[in-house]
Design a protein around this ligand. Structure first.
Ligand SMILES: C[S@@+](CC[C@H](N)C(=O)[O-])C[C@H]1O[C@@H](n2cnc3c(N)ncnc32)[C@H](O)[C@@H]1O
Ligand SMILES: [Mg+2]
Length: 404
């Protein structure tokens, strides 16, 4: 037989790691011998991971593939509170580097068989003795499976320095465990036909190592042998600047949408000649009505009205958009800010938005009018004060969920 695996063998090895990450949720993960960065590319979507590091001796290979790990436009357009930093290093697993210590998981997929035995010794002492991650996953070919590859006489790859059977792998792994205080479990991927499974084992054998104890800090000099080739910080809402940027763009965009839809409804789109007939009572009940009827929609605009304010000699008309109505219209704003008073506080110092005096409404400019064009009838237009009287504005600390 010629074993052809579906999914492919390398996908199965990577999937094994992804499944381990899903289950164990490590925060700091390093892949040694990361090659074409394929595993890293899958791992970057695992939300538990905050630091992802790849190391390979072949710097050209890293450079050719590193952009697979770059953030996508959606990472910039819709950042979440997840955090992710990725570093790729050119370096050898036979050398120590202080930046590779303190990891929750280190993987080494189809790497060890490319090392000559003295280097394998160094690998053990670097990974298990120096990096000392909480977990290590190592995969390597199982030579017992080779008889299922027709015509294969030597190793599976010309660069392999050895290929072990299950017992050889197990005894190397158990010695490592003894020397460095780990325990190991053995498994694999790439199944043989059922009747041969016991006699040949998996095509790729896998050892999963778990650190048994945390050694006290050794006072060693920090060493940095690896060369940083690529480093990227993913945008995150945990970063204050990104958070404010996202919140503001959402607020400005949604408030403008509400203003437009309100103007469309009340004036057929003309900015001036807005009706001023709404009484305080009407405004208040429109506002309260909205608060009692969560879900958002067209009718939200009922809680809007206009006000005029002079700004450096120009009389401007603004549509007043209560923050509570804005949050009903756009739950993402409510979610981001957490509470009405938070939203008010966050917007207070932002020059891109104008708040009413009490801070619980946005004033969205309709159109500027030069002072001489002002019709005296419009002078008695409402101030933004009524905004204060809406029920949600007198109780700013109320929970969003209860309100909208
Ligand atoms: C067979 S590839 C496996 C790549 C990857 N782990 C995967 O699963 O697709 C082995 C990788 O180990 C790298 N490598 C070999 N010796 C190394 C060393 N001493 N230190 C770091 N990487 C090494 C090679 O450059 C190569 O990219
Ligand atoms: Mg190999």
């Amino acid at each position: 037989m010629n074993p052809i695996f579906t999914p492919s063998l390398h996908s199965q090895r990577h999937q094994f790691v992804v499944d381990f990450v899903r289950k164990n949720k490590p925060r700091k993960v390093a892949d040694l011998g990361c090659g074409e960065c394929r595993l890293l590319k899958q791992l970057k979507f695992q939300r538990s991971i905050e630091l992802l590091v790849g190391v390979d001796i072949n710097g050209a290979k890293i450079k050719k593939n590193m952009l697979r790990l770059a953030p996508l436009s959606t990472d910039y357009l819709q950042p979440t509170f997840d955090q992710l930093h990725i570093d790729l290093y050119q370096g050898s697993v036979t050398q120590r580097d202080a930046r590779l210590t303190g990891f929750d998981l280190v993987t080494s997929i189809e790497l060890i068989e490319h090392l000559i035995l003295p280097d394998l010794e160094l690998f053990s002492s670097v990974v298990f003795g120096y990096m000392r991650p909480a977990n290590v996953i190592i995969s390597t070919p199982n030579s017992e499976f080779n008889k299922l590859f027709p015509g294969l006489t030597g190793f599976r790859h010309s660069d392999h320095k050895f290929e072990w059977n299950r017992s050889e792998f197990r005894s190397w792994a158990l010695k490592v465990c003894l020397d460095y205080g780990y325990e190991a479990e053995f498994t694999g991927v790439g199944e043989a036909p059922q009747e041969l499974q016991e006699s040949v084992g998996f095509c790729s054998q896998i050892g999963v190592f778990r650190r048994m104890n945390v050694l006290p800090n050794r006072f060693e000099e920090e060493v940095f042998f690896y060369t940083l080739v690529y480093s990227v910080n993913y945008p995150t809402l945990c970063d204050n600047n990104t958070f404010i940027e996202v919140l503001l763009s959402e607020v400005v965009y949604r408030a403008e949408q509400m203003k437009n839809s309100w103007m469309e409804k009340t004036t057929g789109g003309t900015n001036w000649g807005l009706p001023h007939s709404q009484t305080e009572q009407q405004k208040r009940s429109a506002c309260t009505e909205r608060l009692d009827c969560p879900g958002g929609g067209e009718e939200l605009t009922e809680s809007l009205w206009t006000t005029k304010q002079e700004e450096s000699g120009t009389l401007n008309r603004f549509v007043v958009v209560p923050l509570a109505a804005l949050c009903s219209f756009c739950p993402k704003i409510a979610e981001l800010s957490g509470s009405l008073s938070n939203l008010r506080r966050l917007l207070m110092d932002q020059p891109q938005v104008k708040l009413s005096q009490d801070g619980f409404s946005l004033l969205v400019k309709c159109e500027e009018q030069e002072p001489e064009q002002i019709d005296s009838d419009e002078e008695e237009d409402e101030e933004d004060a009524p905004a204060v009287q809406c029920s949600h504005q007198t109780e700013p600390e109320e929970d969003w969920e209860a309100n909208i």
